[in-house]
Structure formats: structure tokens, C-alpha cells
Design a protein. Structure first.
Lengths: 332, 299
């Protein structure tokens, strides 16, 4: 028997509880406009949602190597379904424990809706590969957007406003950290290895007994579910949804995060999400040029460093610790 | 009933437009196995080049010489643009994994769209009527305008012309060889780089033709005009069987008709979804398209 690696269940629970407590405290400090800049706080919130989106897309595009360009579609399904629930049933934020219960319900419903949409789209599409898969997921993303545009109950082209504001710093970053942890653990598990085998050579993986269809669909469903959760967070943060914000340009943006960070690397996806969230803020004076900068960045990246900033490497605790003595050496 | 006739005719015209743009996708995919996402945007640039040339020369309607000049300028400009894109962005990633090339193509497309908004301004501009768009005939209750005839004429001429080029000339033979097996073609003494560049330049020049015709037909142009028609044209190319020139034509016409039928049935808000729905259906039921031939994957 191999020795157990990592920490035990009890210690893990304790770690989660401590982290949750820290997040709650941090959220209440940063969320107070007198203590922390409201503009910077907003960026932090958007960043958290983007981290969830990028890391979840990386499960399909990076880990399993299936190029999907429909992530915004699944995000919108989660956003609209959860928003319909809170808009029609809850109506208004009441504060206190009720809000927490509704937020959890909204996240669950968003995730479930995303997962169902992922299954419906993934089952037929994942028979295709490479650029055909890319173009079909793009098509599905657009179909989802046009369907929403035609549902009057959620506002259609006018958009849906007056969604209860339930999203807090705690929820955004709890989901983001949870997604990162899930993704990291998945990557080092049997299932993660199977997905990587599919990425490297689908035929060889199949020959080795990996049920490729099942794994691909499972990864796709998980990724869509997380996108749905991110959508629920987004819907209950701005309290306003519009189908136009879920076009394929949004999907491209998430893909750019993943590619910039390094496809296949969870920490890369996080780095990509952070950079792509901050970049527009730095370029705010040149809003028009922003998308041009994105485009040039993307082309240059492909020409000069197609593996992205991180490649397939990860930031690990051990890796960070190994940096210490070297830094000391430099200081001396 | 007369409306249906007119609608179907309009569908035929839009189908022709999709077919014209789809030609570029299908030719590039044929030789390079690359979805040139930027193709729809090259078509937009073509329309703008025509706009600026016509304005600069103050071309009047009824002046065939001026019209020809505008056409040639736009085609040359787009050909040059295609050449630049191919050499600067696609050639360096030709040996890289196909996803790298696909992402590069998405990048070039974003660059042209947003660069276009920056350079040309984001607002739509009226396209100069260098050809008078007037009703010249009526088939029963269907009114036919001069621009519509030009679109159908361009489709017919290009279908025959390109088929002849690909099937009967030496360059066409080389294109087919490169499409079949790039390395083997190279060993047979075909200059693969030149063939690929030629295909790109030709496809881009044809996109300019489509851009001008659409500018004349709709009367306005804007920097994002290539986005949706470009995607639909790609769908048309896949529908007909990507890599096949008659397939691109057929796919374009089927798509144009399908859109009009959806609108006629009263679901006009779903017009833009039908292309993607068709795409999904075709890829799932007959991935090689209507006229395409499949390739067997060798292990």
C-alpha cells in the first residue's frame, strides 16, 4: 500500500472552515466602502467570477484537450435560470439567513441548469474533434443566446433587471477557490489522468481502456455546471442580465484567459483570469483600443509562446517553498 | 402568395452572398485545413476599400470605367491584406498544432473587427450607389433589381471560373495536390508556399467582390458587417462540404433559402439561429457535408 499523501479529512474540513472564516472577514472589510475603494472592490468581484469561468473552461480545453468556444452560453443558462428563480419566487433580498439560503439555492440551480445544458450540447458535439467541435460549440452558444433573446419571461432583448442582489465577496471567492481546489484534485486523480490521456492521443487512450466518450462528456458537464454557477454569481451581482453580454465574444474572452495562462494549467487559468480582468482597467483611458490590444496579444502569444505564460506547469506550495532559499541568496 | 415568391427570391440573393463569401473559406480550408476566421472581416475591409476608392475618385453611377476601377482597387487591396495575414500570422504556425492556427485565426479576426472600428469609425456608412439599383425586370410578381442580377451573375461566373481553375489548370492541379497531401506535393516539385499564398490572395480578392455587392445591395457598410455573414458563410461551406467549390455554392443557397423560410413562417427572431442549427445538424448527421467526400483516419 502506498503511503497516503496530502492531509486527512478532519484537517481538510478544518482548513475549509478557517478559509471560509477568513473569506467572510476579508469580505466584510473590503466590502465596506469607507475602508476599501469601491472601484477596486468591484474589480475583485469580477476577477473572482472570471477565475471560476477560466478554471472551469480549462477542464475541457486544457485538461481534456477538447476545444470548446461556447462557455458564455452555459454561463448564461446558469445566470438566467437562477435569476428567474430569485426574481419570480424570492423577489427581493431580505438580508440575514434567508439571503444565504437563497444564494445557495441560486448557485445550485445555476449549476444544475449549466450541467443539463452541458449534457444536451456535449452528448452530440463531443463526437466531433478539433475545429469542428470548436465551431459546433460556438454555434450552440449562439443558439442559446438567441433562445434567451426570445423568452419574454426573462426580458428577451430588453434584459432582466431587478434581480435580488445576493452575491457577496464571500460567495464569489468561495466558489472560485472551490473550483480551483476541485480542478487541482481532479487533475491529479485517476479521472484527470484519463482526461489527459484523451488530450494527448484519443485513440491510444481508447485502446488503453479509457471510455473516451464518457470522460469527455463528464468533463464537459462539470465545466458547464461550474460556468452555470459563475453565471448565477454574475446575475445576482449586477442585478441585471442582458443576452448581448453572453455573445461569443465573451466566450473568446474566457478562452483568451485560458490560453494566456497556459492551457492545461489550473494556476495558469487563474493567472490568465487575473491579467485579463486587470488589463481593461489599466487600458480604461483607451477603451476603444482595448480589444485591439487583446487581439494583438492573442496573435503574438500564438506566434511566440503558444503554450501560454505558465505552459502546463502549476504553482504549488512546494514550488513556492523552493523559491525561498534562492531569494535569500540573492539578498545576501 | 406573391410575397412568398419575392421572399424566396430574396433568399436566393442572400444565399448567393453567402456562397460568394463561402468560396474563400472553402478554398483556404481545402489547401490548408484551417478555418480562416478572418475571412468575413476581409470581406468587410473589401467593402470599405471600395467605399474609400469610390469617394476619393468621386465615381458617379453609370460610369463603367469608374466601377471597374473601384472593383479592381478593392480586390487588389484585399488580396494584399490576405497575403499579409497569411505571411505574418498563419505561415509561422503552419507546422504547429491545428488549435494554435485556429486561435491565431480568431486573433486576426478580432484584430480586423476592432481595428476596423478604430480606423473606419464604429458607425455605419452609406455605401455609394456606383451601380444604380433599380428594378430592371419582373418575373410574374417578383421584382428583380440590377444589383440582384449582378449578385447572381457573380455567383454563376465564379462557380464556373473557379471550377475551371481548380480542375483544368496547372495551378488548380497543384492546389488539389497540396490539399491531398502537402508533403507529397512538395516532393513532386510543387512550391507549396506559393500555392497556399495564391489561394489566400484569390480567396481574399473574391471576398472583396462579395463586400462590394453586399454594400450595393444593402446600401450601408459597418466594421462588424463581416461578423455574422462571415460565420454564416462558413456554415454554408460546411453545409455543402468544406473544400468543395460547388458545395459552397449549394450550401450558401440552401442557407439563404432556409433563413427566408424561417422568416416567412413567422419566426423572424430566430433567423440568425437557423444557420447554427443547420450546422449542428449537418455535422452530426453528415460531417462531410452535402457534396464533400470523407477522409478515412489512418492509424
Amino acid at each position: 500500500m502506498s503511503p497516503r499523501r496530502g492531509i486527512g479529512t478532519g484537517a481538510a474540513l478544518l482548513l475549509v472552515a478557517v478559509l471560509a472564516g477568513l473569506l467572510a472577514i476579508l469580505g466584510s472589510v473590503l466590502g465596506n466602502p469607507e475602508l476599501f475603494d469601491a472601484y477596486a472592490f468591484r474589480i475583485l468581484m469580477v476577477m473572482g467570477i472570471n477565475v471560476t469561468l477560466a478554471v472551469s473552461l480549462n477542464l475541457v480545453n486544457g485538461l481534456a484537450g477538447q476545444f470548446s468556444i461556447g462557455h458564455a452560453g452555459f454561463m448564461s443558462v446558469g445566470a438566467y435560470t437562477s435569476a428567474a428563480l430569485t426574481y419570480y419566487v424570492m423577489r427581493q433580498a431580505q438580508g440575514g439567513a434567508a439571503d444565504i439560503a437563497w444564494m445557495v439555492a441560486a448557485l445550485a440551480v445555476g449549476g444544475l441548469a449549466g450541467a443539463i445544458a452541458g449534457l444536451v450540447v456535449g452528448l452530440p458535439s463531443l463526437r466531433l474533434r478539433g475545429d469542428y467541435l470548436a465551431i459546433v460549440t460556438l454555434g450552440f452558444g449562439e443558439i442559446i443566446r438567441i433562445l434567451i433573446l426570445n423568452i419574454d419571461a426573462v426580458g428577451g432583448p430588453r434584459g432582466l433587471s431587478g434581480i435580488p442582489r445576493l452575491t457577496s465577496f464571500f460567495w464569489v471567492w468561495a466558489v472560485a477557490l472551490g473550483t480551483v481546489a476541485l480542478s487541482r484534485n481532479l487533475a491529479t486523480s485517476t479521472h484527470g489522468r484519463a482526461l489527459m490521456a484523451i488530450r494527448e492521443d484519443e485513440l491510444a487512450a481508447e485502446c488503453l481502456g479509457v471510455n473516451t466518450v464518457r470522460y469527455k462528456v463528464a468533463a464537459f458537464v462539470l465545466s458547464s455546471a461550474l460556468a452555470g454557477v459563475a453565471g448565477a454569481l454574475y446575475a445576482h451581482y449586477d442585478a441585471y442580465l442582458n443576452p448581448a453580454s453572453f455573445s461569443f465574444l465573451r466566450s473568446f474572452e474566457i478562452i483568451i484567459m485560458v490560453i494566456l495562462g497556459g492551457m492545461g494549467s489550473t494556476s495558469g487559468a487563474v493567472v490568465g483570469a487575473v491579467i485579463i480582468t486587470l488589463l481593461p482597467e489599466l487600458l480604461r483611458s483607451a477603451a476603444q483600443e482595448r480589444m485591439v490590444v487583446y487581439a494583438v496579444l492573442l496573435i503574438l502569444l500564438m506566434l511566440l509562446r503558444p503554450q501560454g505564460l505558465m505552459g502546463s506547469r502549476e504553482v504549488t506550495l512546494r514550488g513556492l517553498r523552493a523559491l525561498w532559499p534562492r531569494r535569500k541568496g540573492v539578498a545576501r | 402568395m406573391q410575397e412568398i415568391g419575392q421572399q424566396l427570391f430574396n433568399g436566393l440573393i442572400w444565399g448567393g452572398v453567402y456562397a460568394l463569401i463561402a468560396l474563400g473559406y472553402t478554398m483556404v480550408y481545402g489547401v490548408l485545413r484551417l478555418i480562416n476566421f478572418a475571412h468575413g472581416d476581409v470581406y468587410m475591409v473589401g467593402a470599405y476599400l471600395a467605399f474609400f476608392t469610390a469617394s476619393a475618385l468621386s465615381v458617379q453611377a453609370h460610369s463603367p470605367a469608374g466601377m471597374l476601377l473601384v472593383l479592381l482597387a478593392a480586390m487588389a487591396g484585399c488580396g494584399l491584406l490576405g497575403f499579409t495575414i497569411e505571411r505574418a500570422a498563419y505561415k509561422p504556425v503552419r507546422r504547429a498544432p491545428r488549435l494554435t492556427a485556429l486561435i491565431t485565426a480568431i486573433g486576426v479576426s478580432l484584430l480586423l473587427e476592432n481595428g476596423g472600428q478604430l480606423v473606419f469609425g464604429p458607425n455605419p456608412r452609406p455605401f455609394p450607389a456606383i451601380v444604380p439599383d433599380r428594378a430592371i425586370a419582373s418575373l410574374g410578381t417578383v421584382a428583380v433589381s440590377s444589383v440582384q442580377v449582378m449578385i447572381l451573375g457573380a455567383v454563376a461566373v465564379l462557380l464556373v471560373g473557379l471550377q475551371t481553375l481548380v480542375q483544368r489548370t496547372k495551378v488548380g492541379k497543384a492546389m488539389r495536390a497540396v490539399s491531398y497531401n502537402r508533403d507529397a506535393a512538395s516532393l513532386m516539385g510543387i512550391n507549396v508556399d506559393n500555392i497556399i499564398t495564391f489561394t489566400f490572395v484569390l480567396g481574399s480578392a473574391l471576398a472583396a467582390v462579395a463586400g462590394i455587392l453586399v454594400g450595393l445591395y444593402t446600401g450601408t457598410i459597418d466594421p462588424l458587417m463581416g461578423l455574422l455573414p462571415g460565420m454564416k458563410a462558413f456554415v454554408a461551406a460546411v453545409l455543402g462540404g468544406i473544400g468543395s467549390i460547388p458545395g459552397a455554392m449549394l450550401g450558401g443557397l440552401v442557407l439563404g433559402m432556409a433563413e427566408v423560410l424561417v422568416v416567412a413562417a413567422g419566426y423572424s427572431t430566430y433567423r440568425d439561429a437557423i444557420a447554427f442549427a443547420l450546422l449542428v445538424l449537418v455535422l452530426l448527421l453528415r460531417p462531410t457535408g452535402l457534396l464533400g467526400t470523407g477522409a478515412v483516419e489512418k492509424v
